[in-house]
Design a protein around this ligand. Sequence first.
Ligand SMILES: Nc1ncnc2c1ncn2[C@@H]1O[C@H](COP(=O)(O)OP(=O)(O)OP(=O)(O)O)[C@@H](O)[C@H]1O
Ligand SMILES: [Mg+2]
Length: 272
Amino acid sequence: MPYRDEGWKTATEGGGSVRCIAISNQKGGSAKTTTTVNLAAALAEAGRRVLVLDLDPQGSSSSWLGAAAAPRGAFELLSDGEAVAGLVQPTGFDRLVLIAATTALNHAERALAREIGAETVLRRRLAQLPGDWDYLLIDTPPTLGMLTLNALAAAGELLAPVEAHVMALAGVAQLIETKRMVRERLNPALRLAGILACRVDGRTRHCLDVVASMRQTFGPEMYATTIRENVRLAEAPSFQMPITRYDAQSTGATDYRALADEVMAQEGRQAG
Ligand SMILES: Nc1ncnc2c1ncn2[C@@H]1O[C@H](COP(=O)(O)OP(=O)(O)OP(=O)(O)O)[C@@H](O)[C@H]1O
Ligand SMILES: [Mg+2]
């Protein structure tokens, strides 16, 4: 199945394009936000232009990137009438910009429920994104509501972070089923970019067994990179810095750079 529009990318206004990846897993605390922020930063560090869209009313990605007080953002993106360009704000980091979650996003689920074609509002609005980015990473909430459905309907790809714990594995089956339903009903072009094992603690047998079992089950659908448990990743949000800046030598920074390399390398491969 070829990627929508031009190969890997989704067309935006004025002839631009973007590779749009929803970071999603309905299970709470599965490292969606950690992956969104730090993959974005590692891609930007590698010279790519990255837009982060925070679709989670918790606003964790936005505050991590230092934008907690933004007046407008993702809610306005989901409501017609405001130019998309005005919603994109800079972060303190080169090549990394943000459409922030603001408190209004708490009302989005209800507001969208009243609309016709509610699940595809974001897809229509993203076509109005000005300019050209290499990546649009969408952080999603841990529920399969309108916000997550909008992300999955708009994205070309789904990247699913999974905590390397046996309790998290049931959630992956649910995730694959969600992807199947979204493809069938909303977005036939949606593909799995990859499943990412996170919080891998190499000192525990259990963790390594879980990763091995995931590899056996999902094979090439899993990224070769795994993200190790690293306390620096948990500390970084308090300092409003991605790991690549907060502790550039940490294992967290190393792992997210390796993931960025792997994500970039996917473009060189045959879409299939
Ligand atoms: N590799 C890691 N090492 C250590 N801690 C981690 C790692 N990845 C994530 N965490 C921690 O796990 C917790 C959950 O991570 P995160 O907030 O990214 O998950 P989430 O899926 O976005 O959660 P939610 O479903 O609430 O949006 C956080 O406290 C985070 O700091
Ligand atoms: Mg989150």
